[in-house]
Ligand binder design. Sequence first.
Ligand code: HEC
Length: 155
Amino acid sequence: MIAMISLSCREPDPDDGPFPTDYERAWTEARDGCTLSHDHELRYIRVFANDGALGPYTQQDAPYPVGAALLKAEYDDPECTELLSFVLMEKLEAGTTPTEEHDWTWRRFDAQRREVFDRRAIPTTCIDCHAWHCEEPPYGWDYTCPPGSIEPTPR
Ligand code: HEC
């Protein structure tokens, strides 16, 4: 009984789930604070990188190691106070995804960190846009879109 009570009262583990609950402290903000997204939904965004992703994302001088992860938090307002959702990419071992997924996971979560599954859109729309927008220099770095990358010509 005591064990059951202590289990049910357990504090959520900050490392539970695909990204830490305290990502704002545990990971590093990898763009200049709250900015307007370049994608089509006109959201305001903040991007956070874990230790493995930070260097490759900000310097673009080394491949992303396995486990490198980038989190984009999406907001409704220009001060980034009204959180709407998250998107997350994590680098996997080479050859472990279908070729078109480029050894990344492509995932979306709502503001409560619940994963959003939409087979028509995820991961295909993510990959289509990232492949077009930021597959490689000077447009991006291994399908990520770091700040300062050149915008591709609109198609
Ligand atoms: C219409 C184009 C488009 C679509 C669709 C899209 N992205 Fe992005 N994504 C971008 C751009 C451009 C950036 C750079 C930051 C910005 O301007 O929003 C970005 C940034 C990111 C980042 C932060 C790291 C980086 O590359 O800068 C992650 C993580 C991410 N997207 C994941 C996803 C996932 C997962 C999906 C699908 C659920 C998705 N994206 C769909 C264009 C897109």
